[in-house]
Design a protein around this ligand. Sequence first.
Ligand SMILES: Nc1nc2c(ncn2[C@@H]2O[C@H](COP(=O)(O)OP(=O)(O)OP(=O)(O)O)[C@@H](O)[C@H]2O)c(=O)[nH]1
Ligand SMILES: [Mg+2]
Length: 289
Amino acid sequence: MRKFSLGSKLRDLFGAVNTGFYDDLEDILIEGDIGPATAAKIVESLRGEIRGTGNRDRDRLYGILRSQLEATLRVEPLSLIENSTNLLLILGVNGVGKTTTIAKLAQYFQREQGKTVLLAAADTFRAAAIDQLVLWGKRIGVTVIRQDPGSDPGAVVFDAISSAVANRTDLVIADTAGRMHNKAHLVRELGKINRIAGNRISGSAYKKILVLDATTGQNALRQAEVFQEAVGVDSIILAKYDSTAKGGIVVAISGDLGIPISFMGVGEKVENLIPFDKELYLNSLIGTP
Ligand SMILES: Nc1nc2c(ncn2[C@@H]2O[C@H](COP(=O)(O)OP(=O)(O)OP(=O)(O)O)[C@@H](O)[C@H]2O)c(=O)[nH]1
Ligand SMILES: [Mg+2]
C-alpha cells in the first residue's frame, strides 16, 4: 500500500545519514509530490541544520522536516463576510468532485454556521450536471438557480447573485464546467463568469475555490497553475482524501504557488467535508518519528 510510503522511506533515510542523503531526500520528497521548489527549500534547511550543529539524530531531523512542512502548509478557513452576499465560485477539472463538494459546502454553511445558501448551476455544459446539482439541492433543502443546458453560465451566476442580493441570502455557491473543448475555451468562459461575478460582488465576499482530487499527484499542481492564471484561486479544497493518504500536492501548492487550503473531502456523503486538519494530514503524509 502506498499509504505510508513517504513516511517509511523518510524513516529509512533518516536512520543513517550518509553520502547521497540530500539527493535521496530531495528525490523522496519530489516523488511524494511535495513539489520541486518546496523540496529544494526543505533540503537546504536540513543541510544547514546538520552542517551547523553536526547533530544527525534521526528524531531531530524528522522533527525539523515536519516543522518545515508545517510552516509551508497554509491552512485558512473559508470565512464569510457578515451582512453581505458572499459568492464561492467552484473551479476544477472534470470529475474532481466539484458538484459533490458544493453540496457539502452548502450543508456545512447551513448547519454549522447558520447561513442561508443558494446554489447556481453554472456548469451548463452538460444537462446531467444541472440535474445532479438540482438533486443535491432537493436533498439538502437548498434552492438551485438554473437555466437550460447550453445557456450562458455567466447569466446563471448573474441571476443567482441578483436573487441572493434581493433575498439577503448569505451565500451563493456556483458550480462551473471543468470539461471544455479546450483550455483556451475554458479560460475564456471562466474569465467571463469572473468578470460578471466580480462586478456584482467585490472584495473578500467573492472567493474562487479550486477543487483538487487528492489522488491525482503532480498533475494537480498543473491544474492549479492553469486556474490561477485564468482567474486566480483563493483557496483549495482537497476532495477524495479518504481514497489516498498521499495528497503531498497540497504542500507543493501552498509552497510553490502560495494558495491556502481550507477543507478536505473525506467521502461521498454530504457530511463528509471537514476543515483541513494539518495534524491528520502530516501524520498520514510522513508519519511520526
Ligand atoms: N471517496 C470520495 N469520493 C468523492 C469525494 N468527493 C467526490 N467524490 C466522488 O467523485 C465523483 C465525481 O464527483 P462530482 O462531484 O460529480 O465531480 P465533478 O467535479 O462535479 O465532475 P464533473 O461535473 O463531471 O466535472 C463522484 O462519484 C463523487 O461521489 C470525496 O471526498 N471522497
Ligand atoms: Mg459536476
